[in-house]
Design a protein around this ligand. Structure first.
Ligand SMILES: Cc1ncc(COP(=O)(O)O)c(C=O)c1O
Length: 291
């Protein structure tokens, strides 16, 4: 599935999976589905799915804590190319960073955050991950796929309308992918979500799973916490290296879609720490909200 490119750091695009159905009742609202067994995560050496010690860019080495490891999940670096939009003002060029090409079912901006989050989940001894999002959340789809690659179960709490909470969510879009990879899907109404909040919903599910003997690891909405943010600090290092290697001009501004904020947080941190300068000034990071 291909979404339209987004300016300079096009940072995104998506796809998804899931399977199964057994209704477990969570707090008062949430309906659940599916389950697969879990074994140890794969430990391939080098390349896709390998666990690598993490070395931050030198300009970010004073940040703390530095994540000790990442899992190689994305197809990186993603290309940057010129985007010939019509009617651009004279002297303006738009380039696009194709993070939509960061992998198949994992593609989009989520995979960069998941490289860090999944490494933490595995080192903490988790046997499953829990995350939260909208019914067609790209983040939840990418998390379910990444979890399956690493032999972890995934539990998704998906927000939907009141009338759909008691219905089978079907096999449309990201739900199809989530179900193909065996994600457990719990539905919560928008009203309950607003009342209870994503953090508490995830904690309730975590407690329930722990009582069943599982070892869950919570990934917040959008994978946007301080650890996930490293994915986009790293993206700044990637852009910097691409500029150096190709001789292309530095960028004045970066425009990025914004949802849970982790992408823009990482880019802003990276740009400000690195002082990635174009025409003698730091690029201005601008978001388009609403995803
Ligand atoms: C396609 C796409 N682009 C951008 C974003 C925004 O990313 P973030 O949640 O890190 O702000 C999202 C997530 O909401 C998304 O699905």
């Amino acid at each position: 599935m291909i979404s339209p490119p987004t300016p300079l750091t096009s940072l995104s695009r998506l796809t998804t999976f899931s399977i199964g159905t057994n209704n477990t009742s969570l707090p008062n609202s949430i309906r659940s589905s599916s389950s697969l067994s879990v074994s140890s995560p794969p430990t391939m050496q080098g390349g896709f799915l390998s666990k690598k010690p993490y070395e931050p860019p030198s300009w970010a080495s004073h940040l703390s804590p530095i994540p000790p490891h990442t899992f190689s999940l994305g197809h990186l670096p993603t290309p940057i190319h010129k985007w010939n939009l019509p009617n651009l003002p004279d002297g303006t060029e738009v380039w696009i960073k194709r993070d939509d090409l960061s992998g198949m079912q994992l593609s989009g901006n989520k995979v960069r955050k998941l490289e860090f989050l999944m490494a933490d989940a595995v080192s903490s001894g988790a046997d499953c991950v829990i995350t939260v999002g909208g019914i067609q959340s790209n983040h939840c789809r990418a998390t379910a796929v990444a979890a399956r690659y690493l032999n972890l179960d995934s539990y998704l709490i998906l927000r939907t309308s009141k009338v759909l909470v008691e219905k089978d969510p079907g096999l449309v879009g990201n739900l199809l992918v989530e179900r193909l990879v065996g994600a457990h899907i719990d539905l919560v109404s928008k009203e309950e979500y607003a009342k209870i909040g994503s953090v508490t919903l995830a904690e309730i599910l975590k407690n329930k799973l722990e009582k069943e003997g599982r070892k869950p690891y919570i990934i917040p909405v959008g994978g946007s916490n301080s650890l996930g943010t490293w994915g986009y600090i790293e993206a700044i290092r990637e852009i910097e290296q691409q500029i150096e290697n190709s001789g292309m001009a530095k960028f004045d501004d970066i425009v990025v879609a914004c949802g849970s904020g982790g992408t823009i947080a990482g880019l802003s941190l990276g740009v400000n720490i690195k002082q990635l300068e174009g025409n003698g000034k730091k690029p201005f990071i601008c978001s388009m909200r609403g995803l």
